[in-house]
Design a binder for this molecule. Structure first.
Ligand SMILES: [Zn+2]
Ligand SMILES: [Zn+2]
Length: 122
């Protein structure tokens, strides 16, 4: 058996990955996973969909991540968490579930569209 250097094996792996991407793009042309518009790369959101996504960030409940309209302080809790602390220490959602993200999530979870996975991963 001939042993290959690790660098050569990694290069072959990258070439196979690229060939797989080209094949996948030919079989399933890249589309925005939100609205289905044609895109340059698998998993890319189109500009209108991307600009509609509302990412969640501070200020928020320090336990569940519920968004606050104003800064309530670093240790602030929402009404639900104030009544009863959740069983977890901290949870955060990346984006708001609204009219823009609503069509994105079911396609990923139930639409047999794994091409949206890279967008969520990033
Ligand atoms: Zn779109
Ligand atoms: Zn909360």
């Amino acid at each position: 058996m001939v042993e290959m250097p690790m660098a050569k094996m990694a290069n072959i792996g990258r070439q196979l990955s690229h060939a797989g991407t080209v094949f996948l793009d030919a079989l399933l042309p890249p589309q925005c996973p939100c609205c289905g518009a044609m895109e340059d790369r698998q998993g890319n959101l189109c500009t209108p969909c991307w600009s509609g996504i509302r990412f969640l960030e501070a200020p928020c409940c320090q336990a569940c991540g519920f968004s606050f309209p104003h800064d309530e302080g670093e240790d602030a809790l929402c009404a639900a968490c104030s009544r009863r602390l959740p069983d977890f220490d901290k949870a955060r959602a990346v984006l708001a579930y609204d009219e823009h993200s609503r069509s994105l999530l079911p396609r990923l979870k139930h639409g047999d569209r794994p091409d949206g996975v890279p967008a969520f991963g990033q």
